[in-house]
Write a protein that binds this ligand. Sequence first.
Ligand code: THU
Length: 130
Amino acid sequence: MDYKSLSQKAIDAKKLSMPTYSKFRIGAALLTEGDKLYLGGNIESSSYSLTICAERTAVFKAISEGERKFKAIAIASDAENFISPCGACRQVMSDLCGDIDVIMLNSKGEQKIEKMSALLPYAFSDKDLK
Ligand code: THU
């Protein structure tokens, strides 16, 4: 799947979000090495801090289905600026997905692409636990 199609999947995934309190929809589309796709939306809780971001929804869905190797994740919102993954999601993506391409979209559907390692330099990782 090319990155244009992956980006469109992230835009479509906004429909999966449950932004009950913030009303801020985010969609994520995670592509595996084997070209499988996992979608996620942000899901909010009445106990606000228990909210889960779209990126982590997609990553945990994929990991819990046995996926271990990934190529890229695309992230979309309704905002004009390029959506940028939060710090918690950067840590989780760095740990579980490796140095994937992160495709950040704006509401016009334009893309900005960065490597995960550029978004989270000097990442804490499993190597630090040895
Ligand atoms: N959110 C995401 O889904 N991904 C991010 O990287 C940043 C924030 C969600 C969490 C919450 O539901 C809403 O956006 C507003 O913060």
